[in-house]
Design a protein. Sequence first.
Length: 507
Amino acid sequence: MEVKFGSEIIQSYKRLSYTAWYALAEFVDNSTEAYLRNEDVLKPIFAEENTSLKISIVYDSGNGQIVISDNSIGMSKTDLETALIVGKRPAYDKGRSRYGLGMKTAACWLGNVWHIKTKKFGETVEHNATIDVAKIAQENTDVNYEPIEGKDANEHYTVIVIEQLNRGLGGRTKGKIKNFLRSMYRKDFANYGLKISWQNELLEWDSEKMIFSKLYENHEGEKMKKDISFKIGEDENEKEVTGWVGVFAKGSRRDAGFSIIQNNRVIKGWPDSYRPETLYGEGGRNDLVNQRLVGEIHLDDFAVSHTKDEIIFLNNEQEELEEILFEKCADYKNFALEYRKYLDDERTPTVDDSTRALNEFEKEITSGEFQDKIIGMAIPEKSLIQKVKLNLVQAVTKRIPASLKAKVDGLDILIYMDSQLSANDPYVLIESTQSDKRVIIIINEAHPHWMYLKGSDSILNFIRHCTYDGVSEWKANFKVGRLDPDTIKHIKDGLLRVPLEMEKHQE
């Protein structure tokens, strides 16, 4: 009994699980593979012409066409015939073109009619072929082939035009095509100057700008990055894994994650990076690990799906890979999880700053003036202090408008900056317990302490502490029901963390 495949199977290719960017990548793979196999011929030609391998992809929505062209080695008639045989492996099947499927399945997925024009370097014949998918499926007809003689032997090119498209390419899809293609061929850009243009825009990838310049760097200038190398499997099934892992200084879930690379072509990576659960947890998280852990792994020894968007793992290879990745990268995961930007923020006071401040403060609290305030200063009755405060609050709020007004969930926070108070008046007046709808903060700019505030950062922190004291008192009184020092300090502790949390969310 003989197994046969009908010619109509070609029509089923339009239902394959391609995405537009991986379908177009099949043509780029063919062009780059042809260059790599013939680099000894093309490299000196390109050097003489001061050029490099160029691939252009244009989607013409008006004419319903996709045009892919290159200046690679081109195809002879035999090469073209081989390329059009579905499933026929190329003579060299260790590179990017392995299965003899990519161009055919991708072209059929994209459109129903496609034309190929190609001329191989050193030959004088241009080969033209037209493939009508519907006719081949329904009538079992041959490919329409036409040679053109008399071409310049030094010319070399391939142009593929796909028509009667099965699907249009919308704005978001076109944006994704641009990003995925420039990510996929990042190594070719760097290694031999490949130039890919999409919609006449040259695609670029700068690994230093995109990745390495963003890595965490300690005070000695050492980046948080290390190489990784290991093997999985045993005996004849042993496969090598190489790559690197790093930690971003600033979190970015969009940029983090691993890129899986095979034969210097990204199989899965930015902007849809690989995130093994052993390192990143279940999908969808946006914790510090998912924002900061980044890397590449090269899996040249592994099989790849014929759409080249996934690695084909056999038996327990994926589990073993992810377990060893966790072992090799656990220290970096922990650093990414625990690291906070403020630990190395240049704004953070140094040890010397803290030592100098403590030495200066020691003079202050051991001074005779301090002792007089602690031991000898008379304290008025609580009722008198409260009365004076209320009188001053009323006077200020009637005399000047609030310098800052904020409304938070029904609570009005009113801040007054007053330079007309006396130097003998309190440094701050807080009214936080008279109304559950309002907190009043009056900062005395005439107080002697004000002269010790240097610059906007110092003033900001002073305003911050005064205001958070008032808000903490308000919450302790009206929301918690106990106006005790520990409760107030606990609430203020949380408020003092707000600026850093805001910075994290802006990253």
